[in-house]
Design a protein around this ligand. Structure first.
Ligand SMILES: C[S@@+](CC[C@H](N)C(=O)[O-])C[C@H]1O[C@@H](n2cnc3c(N)ncnc32)[C@H](O)[C@@H]1O
Length: 275
C-alpha cells in the first residue's frame, strides 16, 4: 500500500511548482494584486468540467456559511477557495502531495482567503482529524488513485457528523479499459477505477445513504468535445502537471467520448451507524 501511495505522490510531485505559478500568474498583474477563483479556474480546478462542476456539486451538497467543509485530495486548492468564496464557509483541504499543499497555500494567500481556507498534507486513508468534525466532505477526482475504497469511505464517514453530507464527483469505469496516460495516472499501476454500481456499494457499506446519484457522462462528453476543439485557456493545468498535460487531457477526452469512462456525481448522508 505504501508503495502505491509513493507512486501516486510521484505522479503529483510537481517540482518547482511555486516558481512556475509565480511566472504564469504574472499574466494577471503584479504579485500584490488579489486574484479571484474565476481567474485561476483553468489551472486550479483539477477535474472534468472545472469550476462549473465544483459549483454544481456544492449546490447539490447544500453547503452554507455555517458549515465546516473538508475537501479530501484538495489538489492546488481551487475547489476549497471556490467554496469559501461562494458560500462563506470554512474549508480545510488535505492532500497527499506536499508540493500541491504548498501551492494551495500560496494561491490562497494570493486570493486573500487564508482566514477561511487552510491546507494540510495527509493521506485520505489516515485523516488527521477527530471523529465527527465536519458537516460536509468533498471528494472530486481522487478516488481513482485509491485502491482501498472500503478504508477510504470509512475514513470519510468517521470525520463526518451523523447526518453530515459526503459529496463526490468521480471518474468511473464504463465500457472497456481506458487509454493511458490520463491526468491521474501515467500507467494503470496507480489507477483504481470502479463502476458506478461498485462505487455506490462501497460508499453505502461504509455507513452512508444515497441522497443524489446522477450520471454526468454526457456533460463530460460535451466538455471533452470542446477540449478537443482547443485551444486550452492560458494559464492552465499544464503549469501544475508539466508539458505532457495536453496528452493526459486528450486521453481523458478520448476515454469519455469512446464511453470507456463515465462521470458520477453523488451526494450521501452519513447514517448514525458508523461501521
Ligand atoms: C486529479 S487531482 C484532483 C484535485 C482536486 N480534488 C480538484 O478537483 O481540483 C487528484 C488529487 O488527489 C490527491 N490524492 C491522491 N491520492 C490521495 C490520497 N490517498 N490521499 C490524499 N490525497 C490524494 C492527489 O495528490 C491530487 O492532488
Amino acid at each position: 500500500m505504501t508503495d502505491v501511495l509513493d507512486d501516486v505522490r510521484d505522479h503529483y510531485r510537481a517540482t518547482g511548482l511555486i516558481e512556475r505559478l509565480k511566472a504564469a500568474l504574472r499574466a494577471f498583474g503584479p504579485q500584490d494584486q488579489r486574484l479571484t477563483p474565476g481567474q485561476l479556474g483553468a489551472l486550479d480546478q483539477f477535474h472534468t468540467r472545472g469550476l462549473a462542476a465544483t459549483a454544481e456539486l456544492a449546490k447539490l451538497a447544500g453547503i452554507t456559511a455555517d458549515m465546516r467543509v473538508l475537501d479530501v485530495g484538495s489538489g492546488v486548492g481551487g475547489p476549497a477557495r471556490y467554496l469559501a468564496a461562494a458560500h462563506g464557509c470554512r474549508v480545510t483541504g488535505v492532500d497527499l502531495s506536499a508540493p500541491f499543499v504548498e501551492a494551495a497555500r500560496y494561491l490562497t494567500e494570493r486570493t486573500g482567503q487564508s482566514g477561511l481556507v487552510s491546507f494540510e498534507t495527509a493521506s485520505a486513508l489516515e485523516l488527521p482529524f477527530e471523529d465527527g468534525r465536519f458537516d460536509v466532505v468533498l471528494l472530486q477526482h481522487v478516488a481513482m488513485n485509491i485502491a482501498d475504497r472500503a478504508l477510504l469511505y470509512r475514513e470519510l464517514r468517521r470525520v463526518l457528523k451523523p447526518g453530515g453530507r459526503f459529496a463526490t464527483y468521480d471518474v468511473v469505469l464504463n465500457n472497456g479499459e481506458p487509454h493511458y496516460p490520463v491526468p491521474w495516472a501515467r500507467t494503470p499501476a496507480t489507477s483504481f477505477l470502479l463502476t458506478v454500481a461498485a462505487t455506490r456499494e462501497a460508499i453505502e457499506q461504509a455507513g452512508f445513504r444515497t441522497l443524489v446519484a446522477q450520471d454526468d457522462s454526457e456533460a463530460a462528453k460535451a466538455w471533452a468535445t470542446q477540449l478537443r476543439a482547443g485551444p486550452l485557456p492560458s494559464p492552465n493545468l499544464g503549469v501544475v502537471m508539466g508539458p505532457d498535460f495536453a496528452q493526459l487531457g486528450a486521453n481523458l477526452a478520448r476515454n469519455l467520448l469512446e464511453g470507456r469512462l463515465g462521470i458520477l456525481t453523488a451526494v450521501f448522508e452519513a447514517t448514525s451507524i458508523n461501521p
